[in-house]
Write a protein that binds this ligand. Structure first.
Ligand SMILES: [Fe+2]
Length: 172
């Protein structure tokens, strides 16, 4: 018996990402946006999330490793660590709402530097350095987003450069 773990990604999505990646993250965001919220990009199991922690799923890397397409799924109350990335990242909200908190370093601590709430269809771009952030699902429903990283994550396994376990102080 053959078990299909996920539906095949639409060829059109892969073709558009392949064509856009050389032009940079804004072009990748424009390529990704029409697919956000479309049924069938994730399996029902992936969309349900994990009861223990927020989960990521590596969906696609082209043969030349020019980018990695990842799905991230948060159940209500789940969050990432405060972290930054090894490469640019395009985030497209696929299900629910994504709450992102941005931080900046100030000596030996972090200062909160903005909070955005993205509904389904929202695209944002993070470009290191200065991309320290956490994602929190404060809502009552599952949140899922599709991420495109400008890096080959097949061997590395994660896009995270560093996690920041530092005190957070109010600005000023
Ligand atoms: Fe991130």
């Amino acid at each position: 018996m053959i078990t299909i773990e996920r539906p095949a990604l639409p060829a059109e999505l892969v073709e558009r990402l392949d064509a856009a990646v050389a032009s940079g993250p804004d072009a990748v965001g424009a390529a990704l946006q029409p697919f956000l919220g479309r049924p069938g990009l994730l399996t029902p199991e992936q969309e349900a999330g994990d009861p223990d922690r927020f989960r990521t799923h590596l969906l696609h890397v082209p043969d030349d490793g020019a980018y990695s397409l990842v799905a991230a799924v948060w159940r209500p109350g789940q969050r990432t660590a405060v972290h930054d990335h090894v490469a640019w990242c395009v985030v497209g909200v696929h299900r629910g709402e994504e709450h992102e908190i941005r931080y900046r370093m100030d000596g030996d601590h972090l200062v909160e530097d903005g909070h955005t709430v993205g509904p389904c269809g929202t695209v944002s771009v993070l470009i290191p350095p200065g991309d320290i952030h956490a994602v929190v699902n404060d809502s009552a429903t599952v949140a899922a987003s599709l991420h495109v990283y400008g890096a080959d994550l097949r061997d590395r396994g994660t896009s995270i450069r560093r996690c920041y376990r530092l005190p957070v102080r109010a600005a000023g």
